[in-house]
Design a protein around this ligand. Structure first.
Ligand SMILES: [Zn+2]
Length: 137
């Protein structure tokens, strides 16, 4: 006799449109998004919902790096809040927008590498200023 899980799996395969409809209805239940986010915050970062809310309030509802408005749940006009953390110690540093969080990761998450980025941009600025033709004014 197949297990309940196997039965459901087969039923979904036979009825993909109905399965999708059920899933969309399930997902639209009040509180579903919040519950999933709460679970993910705890599972991935050991951060409780109230702690995340307090952290976001302390940051004025904005990305700790660039300052755009961010939110813990989907909200029109706001980017999703991502938990920035140290990958060695798992210590949470703050909440960032997706662009800042991925940028930090790409720059290696270290002060040393970010300083090299700043130095590079400063050198480029200097070169640009040296080559600038004075305006006619
Ligand atoms: Zn940002």
């Amino acid at each position: 006799m197949p297990s309940t899980y196997e039965y459901i799996k087969k039923w979904r395969k036979k009825n993909p449109h109905k399965a999708r409809e059920y899933w969309l209805r399930w997902r639209a239940q009040p509180g579903y998004q919040r519950k999933k986010r709460e679970e993910a915050l705890w599972r991935n970062h050991r951060v409780r919902w109230d702690e995340a809310v307090a952290m976001l309030e302390a940051q004025g509802g904005r990305c700790a790096l660039c300052g755009v408005p961010i939110a813990l749940l989907k909200e029109r006009g706001k980017r999703c809040a991502h938990v920035d953390h140290c990958h060695e110690t798992n210590v949470v540093r703050g909440l960032l927008c997706v662009l800042c969080n991925t940028a930090l990761g790409r720059f290696g998450d270290t002060v040393e590498k970010v300083r090299r980025v700043v130095a590079y941009l400063e050198r480029a600025d200097d070169r640009q200023n040296q080559n600038r033709i004075p305006s006619a004014k």
